[in-house]
Design a protein around this ligand. Structure first.
Ligand code: GAR
Length: 218
């Protein structure tokens, strides 16, 4: 049975599109069962509908508080029975209870080499810090914002003359293959979350997997 993926996204949805394209091309053995968003105008929802998938916005302002919104959103997600929830540009904080109940079944892609630059504006912060290298990470979601165990990373150089726009474009170009390769390994049962951290091929991983230029893990 292909891995059943539910996608949570707030914005343009290029990571969702990369997943859809890889499945259509036969390079990822998975199924996207729908996309959910906190924003009605998310382009990700349009991409999902164009692919013939269910796509639903559940807006925070229609609920009394974060807990009520989370409950509605994750009840809707659960009803679709995903094996894995992929946060692909979901920009809203999620309450701790949601994460604990789904430990090991929810991943997030974040545009930095975690644990560096958690939170927002990662590209500008990397430039301001003068780091020679930047990138993206896929991690299991836990109650700590952008703090869950990191599965895999892709690295890019920071080049002279970069601004946040050029740097974010370079990172995004590596995010898509990073997310796809991570999903392949999860779909194949090669990556799992255990109490003591990420396990790869049955062994506790000492460090995150690293995406090579071949778009495979080194
Ligand atoms: C991506 O760069 C992703 O890493 C980032 O949002 C962008 C979504 O792009 N996620 C976060 O910043 C989460 N904290 P997309 O909508 O085109 O996939």
């Amino acid at each position: 049975m292909p891995l059943r993926i539910a996608v949570l996204a707030s914005g343009r949805g290029t990571n969702l599109q990369a997943i859809l394209d890889a499945i259509a091309a036969g390079t990822l053995d998975a199924e996207v069962i729908g996309a959910w968003s906190d924003r009605k105008d998310a382009q990700a929802l349009v991409r999902a509908r164009d692919a013939g998938l269910q796509a639903r916005a559940i807006r925070p302002r229609d609920f009394a508080d974060r807990a009520a919104h989370d409950a509605a959103l994750f009840d809707a997600l659960d009803a679709a029975e995903p094996d894995l929830i992929v946060c692909a540009g979901y920009m809203r904080l999620i309450g701790a209870g949601v994460m604990t109940a789904r430990a090991g079944r929810m991943i997030n892609i974040h545009p930095s080499l975690l644990p560096d630059f958690k939170g927002l504006h990662t590209h500008q912060r990397a430039l301001d810090a003068g780091v020679p290298e930047h990138g993206a990470s896929v991690h299991y979601v836990t109650a700590e914002l952008d703090g869950g165990p990191v599965v895999a990373q892709a690295r890019v150089p920071v080049l002279p003359g970069d601004d946040a726009g050029t740097l974010s474009a370079r990172v995004l170009g590596r995010e898509h293959p990073l997310l796809l390769e991570t999903l392949r390994w999860i779909a194949a049962g090669r990556v799992r979350l255990h109490e003591d951290g990420v396990h790869v091929d049955g062994q506790r991983a000492a460090a995150p997997l690293q995406l090579a230029a071949t778009d495979r893990f080194a």
